[in-house]
Design a protein around this ligand. Sequence first.
Ligand code: HEM
Length: 501
Amino acid sequence: MYFSFETIPTFVWVFIATYAIYLIKKPRLSKNEPPMVPYKYPIIGHTVDYALNADNFLVECRQKYGDPFNIYVFGQVFTIAGNEIAHEVYKQSDTFSLTIATRDMFPLYRVLKSVLDPGTLEQVVKTIREGITAKLSLYTGRLQKQIMTYINKEIGDCSSPKLIKTANDNFASMIARPIADVLVGQEISKNEDVIKAFADFTKDFTKILAIPPILSFIHPKVHTQVITLPLRIGFNPILKHLITLKKHLKPVLEKRLKEKKILGEKYEPPVDIVEYFLDNPEYETKAITDDYLTKITEFLFSIVVASIHTTSRHLTSALYDFAGRPEFWDDIYEEQLRIDKECNGELTPHHINKMVKLDSFLRESLRTFDAVASTPHRCLESYTFKNGMTIPKGRTVQTYLMDIHYNTTAYGPEPRSFLPYHGLENNFSASRTDKNFFMFGAGKHACPGRFFAVSEIKIGLHKLILNYHIRTPSGKVEKKVHYGPFSEPPVAGLIFESRKK
Ligand code: HEM
């Protein structure tokens, strides 16, 4: 190989820069920290093992170093909290923050400015609790209709078997319909442009973030600055969705305000989040200005981000779990058929509660989703665990989900096997959080949308299983797709074949 004399300074600079990064980034641990797993290569640390082989790597670390332990990934020290420690992190809700931990990797505030305001999350959670969970029974019929509209339109007649690809989309457009109905009401939730805006918002936002966090080796903020550069120079693929919603929302809000004024006491408020918003003294208005529209649109999209892809991902995953396990088909189908006959095709919350086998199957699908570690929490001030170990302010703690979901004490000697009726036998419903089930988090910040999500998924599964035989192309359980410690449903597709009535 030939090097010219002029290339030498370049090598010197690269060497100096690398050495500087090494010195700056060298992990400095304070006293009584959890054990640091030794690593071979400076700067790189455990990045390769964590990105390419997270499951085996963390199992080995857990066996050798206990719970919790520290690893060094993408230039940062992470504390990995498993089955014994994670619940302590979730209990200390003033000391550990999910929102702050995810801000660098998922900078939603760049497009929805209001999420930076700490009051927004509080308001979103309150809205979900009061405006969705407390009124779930009023929504059931509407959710059902919206899901059936999707099924008839997008899956339709499958007298010949039809392969439906699920990659990326993961039935987001099925889930976007009931969520639009609940959020923006019946007037505009049938509008296909609005449904598309809801279904695509998160996907389009995450597209620009799909750059591996290489620059986090320098600092996580450098990575955030680079991934958000397109947004800052005016390329904003999300803007069109905000504009669509504003356009369709404006006449509806104006009409409602007018009717309220004219009818006074006689006004019959529609049941949806837009009305909940209008009714809130904090958001009271006399006219629908552009600022007002922006505020309500941003608020609605922050619920969209939390609700659509999370729910559709797990609906898809549960369908794959069902489709790959013929041994449970008859049992689950019979339960749906019996309930369908009982309710004459019109589900009520009472009937959804009766789907106990389906509920248990779904809980198991959530438990075995196979995410290795997720739901990071940032430590806001130095914290000492009950076992005496201390972590400093600023540390990110990753929830070691597999250690929790695959613990032998709760799930027996083969915790990775699929136990469809574990929930049913132990009286754990799919939406119930528990120290051995962290799919919806735990404690004060446990997912407020979980009751809604589980209802939607159960209605979707119930209707699909009633109408179709569903199988995987291979006839077996398909493998999930792994990105580092994260997991996504399989992408092989699902084969639908109409049941003979
Ligand atoms: C299967 C679907 C879903 C899953 C797996 C899921 C999971 C989670 C998890 C793990 C958390 C963090 C909890 C914690 O820190 O303890 C969370 C928080 C949250 N979820 Fe969900 N979620 C789902 C659906 C939904 C839906 C449908 C909504 C809205 C209607 C929603 C709204 C939220 C909100 C607002 C938070 C933040 C709560 C807070 O910080 O206080 N989620 N979710």
